[in-house]
Design a binder for this molecule. Structure first.
Ligand code: G3H
Ligand code: 13P
Ligand code: NA
Ligand code: ZN
Length: 323
């Protein structure tokens, strides 16, 4: 069945790798995630955002995740799979997911005052732990837009708060802000420098803050949101076939590789999958304009997604061959 994240993060900490949390809201994404994880012998986290619940229906997604467990076995390996609520914004939403069988939830009180964040997170933890559901909290605010909340600048996590937050709330993992952000436009070109080949290089993540946090809560699982790398080959295909993505810039993979070796145990990736799907679909539409069977474009999109996910598990997060 579905498992919570506790054992997964413990092993990731010991093995110096990170678990991928991939967002899903449809069947092709779920199949790509699970087949990639099985082939790579990797645990994986399926995560559902509020937007995904609205789009696809929470009940459907919950049973799709149950189907994912059976699908993995059918493919030949019973990998650990977590069904996680991404960016839960209220106790009621978290409770609804817990009651329905999610094995993990995030309560994102990062935009609240510190004391309100502690109180809300504590309330979710007290409920979740009765059912052995793990809880992710967040301290610090990522720049960019998520759901209705938008922030112009990063508010980096304050290392001096993490120990108090973790002990007062009882959370199982902590999402932090060290320079990542959601979406495909993580940096403005003017924030970047150019390397010898003229490629834009974004400012590095604040590993100094991460190290300070690790010092204060040694061995505690840290989560990085907004960790898509925005592969430029996908952006180029999208734009070649009629897309209009401008200044799409992500987190360089070598920085995620470095993060995965640290106390960072969960790395969230959504946008890269969206880019892979969109590139594949645009290519089919452009090259085979007579196709109108959705399987003829969603199939290639699923194949492309699976390749992308395998790459992440094997070459970036390092969780391959741990099951
Ligand atoms: O946190 C952001 C995730 O990429 C989910 O995005 O809210 O558009 O589903 P969404
Ligand atoms: P990206 O937009 O960088 O893929 O981040 C996804 C995320 O953090 C989901 O919670
Ligand atoms: Na790690
Ligand atoms: Zn996020």
């Amino acid at each position: 069945g579905l498992v919570n994240s506790r054992e997964m993060f413990k092993k990731a900490m010991e093995g110096k790798y990170a678990i991928a949390a991939f967002n899903f809201n449809n069947m092709e994404q779920m199949q790509a995630i699970i087949s990639a994880a099985v082939e790579c012998k990797s645990p994986v986290i399926l995560q559902v955002s509020s937007g995904a619940r609205k789009y696809a229906n929470q009940t459907i997604l919950r049973y799709m995740a149950q189907g994912a467990v059976e699908y993995a076995k059918e493919l030949g390996l019973n990998i650990p799979i977590v069904l996680h609520l991404d960016h839960g914004d209220s106790f009621e939403l978290c409770k609804s997911c817990i009651d329905m069988g999610f094995s993990s939830v995030m309560i994102d009180g990062s935009h609240l005052s510190y004391d309100e964040n502690v109180a809300l997170t504590r309330k979710v933890v007290d409920y979740a732990h009765q059912f052995d559901v793990t809880v992710e909290g967040e301290l610090g605010v990522l720049a960019g837009v998520e759901d209705e909340v938008s922030a112009e600048h990063h508010t980096y996590t304050r290392p001096e708060e993490v120990e108090d937050f973790v002990s007062k709330t009882g959370v199982d993992s902590l999402a932090i802000s060290i320079g990542t952000s959601h979406g495909a436009n993580k940096f403005k070109p003017e924030q970047c420098t150019r390397n010898a080949d003229g490629v834009l290089v974004p400012p590095p993540l604040r590993f100094d803050i991460l190290k300070e946090i690790e010092k204060r809560i040694p061995g505690f699982p840290i989560v990085l949101h907004g960790s898509s790398s925005v592969p430029q080959d996908k952006v180029a295909i999208i734009n070649k076939y009629g897309g209009a993505l401008k200044d799409a810039i992500g987190i360089p993979e070598d920085q995620l590789r470095e993060a995965a070796k640290s106390a960072v145990c969960k790395i969230n990736i959504d946008s890269d999958g969206r880019l892979a799907m969109t590139a594949a679909i645009r290519e089919v539409f452009a090259l085979k304009p007579a196709e109108f069977d959705p399987r003829k474009y969603l199939g290639p999109a699923r194949d492309s997604l699976k390749e992308l996910y395998k790459h992440k598990l094997v070459n970036v997060l390092g969780s391959a061959n741990t099951v």
